[in-house]
Design a protein around this ligand. Structure first.
Ligand code: NAI
Ligand SMILES: C[N+](C)(C)CC(=O)CC(=O)[O-]
Length: 486
């Protein structure tokens, strides 16, 4: 059964993240949260998520789904194909919302709990249809971090697991099925081990919260973001790899390096110590702003990894390819909408505006958009057909600032034989910011030589070139550097 309508129960940190990811991918969502300020918090979180997606995706985004605030759990769940539970981490509250959900939901609607560590067998115990409940444990911010741990309980059906495993990739996520249910699954076991050790280090005055965070973010956090634990240690073993690493560091496990199973006394003194240091570290930055800083950094990291085709970046590339393939046919008669983005933080320079290399990146991505439209998509490139750029002329006409929504349209000036002459115009609303004139040559990637485009691509290029021949010639075409304005 396809998942279309969804319900999210609990609109807090995690529920709001789910709502953002669902509507971004075209699903309608009914949200129930009894808190009086729930809608305000949800809207603030959705605004941050929307800003993040506008910077993350350069492929055309899906038409957004609708959000509706429901008056009760039962009302939210009526007609839902997927019920996302994100209520507080208390089994009693979770059981109460499931009972109410089952009163109105179809018996085969999936129930996906966001629990951080409660076993799905315990969650599904009182359900009338326990086979449809599983854990889909996400990570904060749900709208940007792709991984989701999928955990079935004793009574979860394989069909429910299979539906979940098929569904989350459509949201751009990476579901990882946990082979056997245990409390806290995989990630929170790892995170808690680190957190417990961190609490000891602060309590014992070995370092402050700031120093500990610096050690993570200037060091092994960067390794983890792209290689995880085991590939990192494989490389750390040098040419001899993992066996050498284990031989060298295995014995240290018996040395008193960690206090892992010990828990520090979680008293007021410890809370005051940690909270005080944390306030000194970041108390001057409001939480929503800290969230935006975190999001900008997560976007920059994932975009960098997209460039290397690795890990979360490879997944992002895959999702963007899917989004591009779904994009509706453009109106071929006018300049084509080939690229749009909200200018992300990592596109700025020391002058406080978009740096020059990003103009070329935006125009290059617009060329990619044009290529997809005429059939030179990922499949055609894999078959050896592509365009190479032979010449480029960019004009920078106005400043482009951070968070500005920019869009590029593309006009075909000429297309003869193996050559395609394009004119890109970058605008913010009606304001013209920059133009680019490109000459591209169709190539056979296997021979690394120019070649005629395949017939289907030829037909599309000729069709659009004929339509665009009726458009006025853009102002500024054919200019050379230093030419007086006129
Ligand atoms: N915050 C985090 O870092 C992560 C949390 N989780 C899990 O997600 C779940 C939700 O956690 P958060 O979003 O962090 O908590 P939260 O406290 O931010 O949000 C919980 C929301 O549930 C609402 N709520 C309370 N009773 C309700 C009811 N009967 N029906 C509907 N809504 C109700 C509250 O008003 C609140 O808005 C928990 O199971 C948690 O373990 C999972 C991954 C990460
Ligand atoms: C702290 N936490 C247990 C709620 C964390 C998670 O469950 C995952 C995350 O986002 O770190």
């Amino acid at each position: 059964m396809t998942i279309r309508n969804t319900a999210v129960l609990g609109g807090g940190v995690i529920g709001a993240g789910w709502v953002a990811r669902l509507i971004e991918n075209g699903h309608d969502v009914a949200v129930f949260d009894p808190a009086p300020d729930a809608q305000r918090r949800l809207e603030a979180a959705l605004a941050n998520a929307d800003a993040a997606y506008a910077k993350l995706y350069t492929a055309p985004r899906r038409p957004k789904g609708q959000v509706r605030m429901a008056g009760s759990v039962a009302e939210a769940c009526a007609g839902a194909d997927l019920i996302v539970e994100a209520v507080p981490e208390r089994i009693g509250i979770k059981h109460r919302v499931y009972a109410e959900a089952e009163d109105s939901a179809a018996p085969d609607a999936l129930i996906a709990s966001s629990t951080s560590g409660i076993r799905p067998s315990d969650l599904q115990a009182p359900l009338r249809h326990p086979e449809r409940l599983l854990v889909a444990h996400p990570f904060n911010p749900v709208y940007l971090l792709p991984v989701v741990e999928i955990v079935g309980g004793k009574r979860t059906s394989e069909e429910a697991i299979a539906r979940a495993m098929a569904f989350y990739p459509t949201l751009g996520m990476k579901p990882v099925r946990i082979r056997r249910e245990i409390e806290a699954f995989v990630a929170d076991r790892l995170l808690e081990a680190l957190w417990r050790e961190a609490l000891w280090l602060i309590r014992d005055g070995i370092c402050t919260t700031q120093e500990l965070d610096d050690i993570v973010r200037y060091g092994f956090g960067l390794r983890w973001a792209q290689m995880g634990v085991f590939d990192t240690y494989r490389v750390a073993g040098g040419e001899a790899g993992m066996r050498h690493f284990m031989a060298q560091f295995g014995p240290c496990l018996k040395w008193p390096w960690t206090r892992l199973t010990d828990v520090p006394e979680f008293d007021d003194a410890l809370v005051d110590l940690i909270a005080g240091q944390s306030d000194a570290q970041s108390g001057h930055i409001p939480i929503r702003q800290l969230e935006r800083i975190r999001d900008d950094n997560l976007i920059a990291i994932q975009k960098a990894l997209q460039g290397t085709g690795w890990g979360a970046g490879a997944l992002l590339a895959e999702h963007e390819t899917r989004l591009a393939a779904e994009a509706p046919e453009p109106d071929w008669t006018g300049p084509l909408p080939t690229f749009a983005i909200r200018v992300p933080a990592h596109w700025l320079d020391y002058n406080g505006h978009m740096t020059e290399s990003r103009y070329l990146e935006a125009f290059a991505l617009a060329t990619d958009g044009f290529m997809r439209m005429v059939g030179l998509d990922a499949e055609a490139i894999a078959a050896g057909h592509s365009l190479f750029t032979a010449e480029t002329h960019i004009r920078h006409l106005a400043e482009v600032s951070r968070e500005e929504d920019i869009a590029v349209t593309t006009q075909v000036i000429a297309a003869q034989g193996r050559k395609v002459h394009l004119w890109h115009a970058m605008r913010a609303g009606e304001r013209l910011l920059a133009t680019a004139e490109h000459l591209l040559i169709h190539m056979d990637l296997r021979r690394r030589a120019s070649a005629d485009p395949p017939p289907a691509v030829r037909r599309r290029i000729d069709h659009v070139a004929a339509l665009h021949a009726r458009l006025p010639r853009p102002e500024g075409i054919g200019r050379h550097v230093g030419q007086p304005k006129g």
